[in-house]
Write a protein that binds this ligand. Structure first.
Ligand code: Y12
Ligand code: CO
Length: 171
């Protein structure tokens, strides 16, 4: 399955993702292909909508203490729901759909989610640190929200100017 990453300002990224109903081979193939795209682009998180599939599925592979991302640490998160959130933390985020841009974003410090795995088993994660931040970032994608939407008015204007300039240079 050949996937390409959808980049801002593509309107596709604004679509709301739909609940996953079929936990079948198609879903498994998509998750496997998403994993390869994410690892090939040095990502730690990827939502299905970022590869043009508007379904509530995301993957995360948070680097371990040796900065490695073994496949056994991969989390496949389907139909997540936040059941608890607390505290506040600020972290410099980046997004594969908004290349070359990193910005401090305020999020909840800890979150608890209920979700399903690729075989529809129900699971819970109590997350803090980078995992909690990445979960919130990726869950925003399911709602069509990007981390740049959380910037102040002036910072967003600056971003738009810089991003447009970078896109022109790429052509
Ligand atoms: C904290 C940090 C990140 C998240 C969400 C997940 N974001 C990512 O995985 C971003 C990855 C990323 C990788 C890049 O490297 C390549 O594309 C090779 C990258 O580089 C460029 O922009 C050129 C940018 C972002 C949540 C919380
Ligand atoms: Co992102």
């Amino acid at each position: 399955m050949k996937l390409t990453i959808v980049e801002y300002p593509d309107k596709k990224l604004r679509e709301k993702s739909k609940e996953v109903i079929s936990f079948d081979e198609n879903l498994h193939k998509l998750l496997d292909s998403m994993y390869h795209v994410m690892m090939n682009t040095n990502g730690i998180g990827l939502a299905a909508i970022q590869v043009a599939y508007p379904i509530c599925a995301l993957i995360l592979n948070i680097p371990d203490e040796n900065e490695e991302q073994p496949r056994e640490n991969l989390l496949e998160i389907i139909n997540p729901v936040i059941t608890h959130k607390d505290g506040e933390s600020v972290y410099q985020e980046g997004c594969l759909s908004v290349p070359h841009f990193y910005e401090d974003i305020k999020r909840f410090e800890t979150v608890t989610i209920n979700y399903q795995d690729r075989d529809a088993n129900t699971k819970t994660i109590e997350a803090d640190g980078l995992l909690a931040i990445a979960i919130q970032h990726e869950m925003d994608h399911l709602e069509g929200i990007l981390f740049i939407d959380k910037l102040s008015y002036s910072r967003r204007k600056k971003f738009e100017k810089e991003y447009k300039r970078m896109q022109k240079e790429k052509k």
